[in-house]
Write a protein that binds this ligand. Structure first.
Ligand code: CMC
Length: 430
């Protein structure tokens, strides 16, 4: 039987709305006809109860701490797959066979190099620019170079744009870093894996051969997998909203990067590490927690809490494991910040303030420590997140383009300003 929900209006009139069921997860009340039938809008700032689209890519059950990409649990993908397999899965819906993987890796690898003139964009920025500022600019500028993949109505163009973005993000990210440090840009080396190539472009120099450390490469690859998609978060919704107007994919991804930069979203891992540095050592944790609980202080425990996860963030658990592996590999098992993070996590998890509000560590709580150990500076953390999330953004964008329900995103508002009034000439305004 078709499910429906009935809304009773203030004048007693009743209207039925269809209730749609997903393959898993909560039902949604389809209120598309609400305005037409009643003249009223819904009010839902922050999309607390609103599904903005339908999707088949990623599923999260925040109460149970479940994250699935195309149905596969993140815990299994993180252990059995590499990042490019996960990219294939997100883009095409299935894990690749070996042959499909080889072809896909070949396609991505083909596009790792940037148009040589893009180098000049970097040199236009100040050396001390935040690398995310550079990323927003350079990724947006890709649309000025790759005119043969800008037609959003052509499936082949969309495909090539996806390859280009996934392939070039590591190159752009590493260049943003190299420009900051004053070292020469490193060209991609296509016989290396995606993550090893990125590490070489970040940390190698033309003076000597870069030695690949498999444990660190695997840790970085896992960071990429864990950040690859997260359904309709703020930056993904930004990409979809930008794309809904027909904007080209490079411009849309630049918009996603801009949104990701904020401290409540992708900027949290940078903010989290800064917070740990500020706290300094375990003896100061109690005092810090007191500040967090004092509403007037506006201090938050960064890396804690999530709009969707109200039990635990499964990515945080995997990240903590990776953190152990990396620190052991580097002989940093007694890392001060890691010990501090564990102490902070333990105290917070036992504290009523956090328990009552269902605040648990999120992926950013440990990812900063891993990245710092690998040698990635704090200012680059959000860039790494952007690199990894690009596949999710582009998969969601591609899904949106072919969705028959897709329309230009155009929210409405509850207007609370002045009602209509007349302009007083300037001399008579007092
Ligand atoms: N520290 C202290 N209090 C917190 C925190 C925190 N990290 N997070 C939420 N709260 C409190 C908040 O003050 C509020 O308390 P009250 O009900 O007394 O007013 C309650 O918990 C609910 O918070 P909210 O801000 O209404 O929740 P939200 O769903 O809008 O926010 C969040 C989610 C992630 C923005 C928030 O938890 C936060 O700011 N966390 C710190 C930043 C962070 O780690 N962000 C990374 C998110 S995961 C990676 C990603 O997806 O980008």
């Amino acid at each position: 039987m078709e499910k429906k929900a009935t809304l009773t209006l203030p004048d007693g009139k009743k209207i039925d709305f269809p209730v749609l069921s997903g393959s898993i997860g909560p039902d949604v009340v389809d209120i598309r006809a609400l305005y037409g039938q009643t003249g009223a809008f819904t009010y839902d700032p922050g999309f607390m109860s609103t599904a903005s689209c339908n999707s088949t890519i990623t599923y999260i059950d925040g109460d149970k701490g479940v994250l699935l990409y195309r149905g596969y649990p993140i815990e299994q993908l993180a252990v059995h797959c590499d990042f490019l397999e996960v990219c294939f899965l997100l883009l095409y819906g299935e894990l690749p066979t070996q042959k499909e993987k080889d072809e896909f890796v070949g396609m991505v690898t083909n596009h790792t190099m940037l148009h040589e003139q893009i180098n000049r964009f970097f040199t236009g920025f100040r050396r001390d620019a935040h690398p995310m500022a550079t990323m927003v600019g350079v990724v947006g500028a890709l649309s000025a170079f790759y005119h043969d993949s800008l037609d959003i109505n052509d499936p082949r163009h969309r495909e090539v744009a996806a390859f280009r973005l996934i392939a070039k993000m590591p190159t752009i990210t590493a260049m943003a870093y190299k420009y900051n440090t004053g070292q020469p840009f490193m060209y991609p080396q296509n016989n290396l894996s995606y993550s090893a190539n990125f590490m070489r472009m970040m940390f190698g120099t033309p003076c000597e051969e870069y030695r690949i450390n498999d444990v660190l490469v695997r840790a970085l690859d896992r960071i990429f997998i864990l950040h690859a998609d997260h359904e309709q978060n703020a930056s993904t919704s930004t990409v979809r909203l930008s794309g809904s107007s027909g904007a080209n994919p490079f411009a849309c991804i630049a918009a996603g990067i801009a949104c990701l930069w904020g401290p409540a979203h992708g900027g949290a891992n940078e903010a989290c590490l800064q917070m740990l540095e500020q706290i300094g050592d375990a003896s100061k944790v109690g005092e810090f927690i007191k500040q967090v609980k004092d509403k007037n202080s506006h201090v938050r425990l960064m890396g804690f809490g999530h709009r969707v996860y109200k039990n635990y963030d499964p990515r945080a658990k995997l990240m903590r494991e990776t953190c152990h592996e990396v620190l052991n590999e580097l002989g940093l098992a007694n890392d001060r910040l890691f010990e501090l993070a564990i102490a902070l996590e333990k105290i917070a998890l036992e504290d009523d303030y956090f328990v009552e509000r269902k605040l648990y560590p999120n992926v950013d709580f440990y990812s900063g420590i891993v990245q710092r150990a690998i040698g990635i500076p704090t200012s680059m953390f959000t860039c790494i997140f952007a690199l990894a999330r690009t596949v999710g953004w582009i998969a969601q964008w591609k899904e949106m383009i072919v969705d028959p329900d897709q329309k230009i995103g155009r929210p409405r508002q509850l207007y609370q300003g002045k009602t209509q009034r007349d302009v007083t000439p300037i001399g008579k305004r007092g």
